[in-house]
Design a protein around this ligand. Structure first.
Ligand SMILES: [Cu+2]
Length: 122
């Protein structure tokens, strides 16, 4: 009987631990950056063109598209690929990789001016 009580207690703890782990909290955001896509005299560009953060930070990007039509926002090194519709707003959360300078671009329009994600040493 003691063995059974022990097993019940043990499995209750295991189930509780699993439940506890499955309650995934929203990630802690270290930095928030808003980028707005404009088209001025035929030149399309996300502004600011270059953004920065520290290695390992969790960054929330808010992407607002004020240009004609949908535009892409891509950071290939960080697995970010988004399409933001005209007057649309999208949020992206990413964890910054190791120190470096990573290209950002619109993957829908080759002529769309790209920018850079600058990751600084922590
Ligand atoms: Cu574009």
């Amino acid at each position: 009987m003691k063995k059974l009580a022990f097993l019940i207690c043990f499995f209750s703890l295991v189930v509780f631990a699993d439940d506890h782990e499955s309650e995934k909290k929203a990630p802690k955001i270290d930095r928030k950056i808003t980028l707005v896509n404009y088209e001025i005299e035929g030149v399309k560009q996300w502004q600011p063109g270059n953004i920065a953060g520290y290695e390992g930070e969790t960054v929330e990007l808010t992407l607002i598209n004020k240009a004609k039509g949908p535009h892409g926002f891509m950071i290939p090194s960080h697995g970010v690929t988004e399409v933001v519709k005209k007057n649309g707003k999208t949020k992206v959360i990413l964890k910054l990789k190791e120190e470096g300078i990573y290209p950002m671009k619109c993957h829908l329009h080759p002529a769309h001016i790209g920018g850079q994600l600058i990751v600084l040493d922590d």
